[in-house]
Design a protein around this ligand. Structure first.
Ligand code: ARG
Length: 375
């Protein structure tokens, strides 16, 4: 039986609500977001589509209860594409059959022989037939390291709370999405010591106060950075939690992700048409870094607007105007928060943009302008 391996084992102080404290997202916004389900169609890991025929996930999704890599269950698994829901599957969900599974040759989950059970936690799954959903771009091996504080997006159908037995409980039927910020290697090593290798990156909810995290069942899914109008996958959900804190959503212990850029060679070796980018490739030129990047997801009447943090900003102003008239333009002070969500009546249609400000007025530059529509 395939088990999501947990590196984390203690009773939480409070129930933390994965994804911990997420809001709903949709595969219409994240068309490459897919999941692995067992022969009974039970979701057990997240994954991302990286070409017409290949899916990226975590190696530990294929480890059995005896800490051995076991591809037999994996071979009977299905890849579910185009489904916002894990259960029941969306009516237009597509089921992909598993061809070969390639685990990183240096991954070793066997405590008897392994130096580091979580290192090289990356696997590729080949579909037996090509699919037509948009694959996600991947952070190139030549990209500079992501700075601490960089805003990221995490998503999955994993557990949303941690129960008395230390395990994640209450998996989500719906895709949930949340923000985390990159935690520097030094800060992450302070928590996990030399368990952290160069093949990992860490992220937590350092800026927002609210505890967001990935949890059991989210493993293998992507951590992304938005870049212009694209998302770039930078991590793969791997592990988190310490022996003295909750398994997930511990404000003291960041989530740990396999680093896509550090492991890019392994991906490129097997998936010749995977798309690697550096973040500058997609952000389109001038003085980037000063301007926030805005993205919108709409799920039914629930709208989630989020933006990337700008260095030096003390807050953000949200501008909106009716679509298609463009006038009048209204402004809302968001304070330091990096997202806002809520319900809007059906038929709502707006242009939306965000601008950062600091103590001296406004920092230069408006974000990308996006159109928000509720059907
Ligand atoms: N190992 C888990 C899984 O199999 C993911 C845990 C992530 N934990 C965290 N605290 N971020 O689904």
């Amino acid at each position: 039986m395939i088990e999501a391996k947990e590196a984390d084992q203690q009773v939480p102080e409070d129930n933390v609500s994965a994804i911990i404290n997420g809001s709903s997202g949709s595969v219409s916004t994240y068309p490459w977001m897919v999941f692995l389900a067992d022969a009974f169609e039970e979701q057990y890991c997240g994954a991302s589509l990286i070409s017409e025929t290949w899916v990226l996930t975590a190696a530990h999704c294929f480890v059995n209860g005896d800490d051995q890599i076991d591809l037999e269950e994996g071979a009977e698994s299905i890849i579910v594409l185009n489904s916002d829901t894990a259960s029941p599957l969306a009516s237009d969900a597509e089921i992909g059959q598993v061809g070969q599974i390639v685990i990183h040759p240096s991954y070793n989950p066997d405590p008897a022989t392994s130096d580091n059970l979580d290192d090289f936690d990356i696997a590729l799954v080949e579909l037996t037939a090509a699919v037509s959903f948009q694959p996600v771009q991947l952070l190139s091996g030549s990209a500079p390291a992501l700075a601490g504080g960089t805003e990221t997006l995490i998503m999955g159908w994993g557990t949303t709370a941690v129960g008395e037995d230390n395990q994640g409980i209450d998996p989500s039927d719906d895709l949930l999405v949340a923000n985390q910020q990159i935690v520097s290697v030094a800060d992450c090593e302070n928590i996990y010591g030399d368990g952290i290798t160069e093949n990992m990156i860490c992220a937590g909810a350092v800026e927002e106060g609210g505890t967001t995290d990935t949890c059991q069942g989210d493993s293998g899914g992507p951590m992304l950075v938005s870049s212009g109008s694209n998302y770039v996958q930078v991590g793969i959900v791997s592990f988190g939690g310490t022996e003295t804190g909750p398994a997930c959503g511990d404000p003291e212990a960041p989530g740990v992700y396999a680093s896509v850029s550090a492991l890019a060679d392994f991906i490129a070796e097997h998936v010749s048409d995977a798309q690697f980018v550096t973040l500058d490739d997609t952000s389109g030129g001038d003085d980037s870094g000063d301007v926030p990047v805005l993205s919108i997801s709409v799920d039914g009447s629930l709208v989630n607007i989020q933006w990337t943090a700008v260095a030096g900003a003390t807050g953000y102003t949200l501008y909106y105007a009716p679509y298609p008239d463009q006038e009048p333009i209204s402004a809302l002070d968001m304070g330091p928060q990096l997202s806002i969500s809520g319900e809007l009546p059906s038929g709502s249609a707006f242009y939306v943009a965000i601008e950062a400000y600091d103590g001296n007025g406004s920092l230069p530059g408006l974000s990308n302008v996006e159109v928000l529509m509720v059907q």
